[in-house]
Write a protein that binds this ligand. Structure first.
Ligand code: ADP
Ligand code: MG
Length: 252
């Protein structure tokens, strides 16, 4: 579904993605973690070519991103993206935030778009808030509307960049639960997060990045509990002061 082949990117003379090689198959959930400045956001943004790479290749659903003939509108229509800050339109209701793109880009009728929006609001547990404006919603609710808004375009891939890091702790789980159900339904997902509970439940692989490089790829316990690299160990112990779960322990 997504393949990075020796991908490199520089911002001026700063080498921000170094020889990235990674294959993500359909339905896989990949968690990316690593220190601030590691290149995680840049990595995500190369997948829909919001950031072009300078060297190497990225192939997304058969589209070669280095090929200038690749249709960026078609590429981006397949990829939903959810950021740390929800960026909902403040003067539009939850429903109308969701109907906007399907109406404009997909040409859905007003009624079809509303119907789709309401189904999605139901799916993220917010149908009772369908007529609320963003300012009337909590951060967790706004982020769930933002996820519904992305899903309204029927993407094949969902990218999440620290989707819960701006939320109050008690609102994090309601967003993660929506993401977990999406993962269980088979969505291909690339998620930058340090929520190891999420990773433990649904991640097929965890990728640890530092200084623009992929240092380690492994299972959630492999990376969080038994990392091989000293750099990964140092990062994990600085983020998680206590061991949060053991390798053998499964939670469902
Ligand atoms: P992360 O998401 O892991 O914190 P980023 O991908 O945001 O890392 O950034 C990686 C590096 O690239 C950082 O040193 C950052 O300052 C730099 N960087 C990110 N975006 C730009 C940009 N548009 N122009 C110049 N430098 C950038
Ligand atoms: Mg970032």
């Amino acid at each position: 579904m997504i393949k990075f082949i020796n991908a490199n990117k520089w911002f001026n003379d700063q080498h921000v993605l170094k020889n990235i090689n990674l294959e993500i198959t359909k339905g896989e959930v990949i968690v990316i973690c690593g220190p601030s400045g590691a290149g995680k956001s840049t990595f995500l943004r190369t997948i829909n070519k919001l950031e072009p790479i300078d060297d190497g290749e990225i192939i997304v659903d058969g589209m070669y991103l280095s090929d200038s003939r690749t249709d960026l509108t078609a590429l981006r229509a397949e990829i939903g993206m959810v950021f740390q800050h929800f960026n909902l339109y403040p003067h539009k209701t939850a429903t109308n935030n969701i109907t906007l793109a399907p109406r404009k880009v997909r040409g859905l009728s007003k009624n079809d778009a509303r119907e789709r929006a309401h189904k999605l609001l139901e799916r993220v547990g917010l149908i009772h808030r369908k007529d609320a404006y963003p300012a009337q919603l909590s951060g967790g609710e706004q982020q769930r509307v933002a996820i519904a808004r992305s899903l309204a375009m029927e993407p094949k891939i969902m990218l999440f960049d620290e989707p819960t890091s701006a939320l109050d702790p008690e609102l994090i789980n309601e967003v993660l639960d929506v993401m977990i159900s999406l993962a269980k339904e088979g969505m291909t997902m690339v998620v930058v997060t340090h929520e190891i509970g999420f990773a433990q439940k649904v991640a097929d692989k965890v990728v640890f990045m530092a200084d623009g490089e992929i240092l380690e790829i492994g299972s959630p316990p492999g990376i969080f509990v038994n990392p091989r690299h000293q750099r990964t160990k140092d990062f994990m112990s600085s983020v998680f002061h206590i061991p949060i779960f053991d390798a053998g322990q499964e939670e469902e």
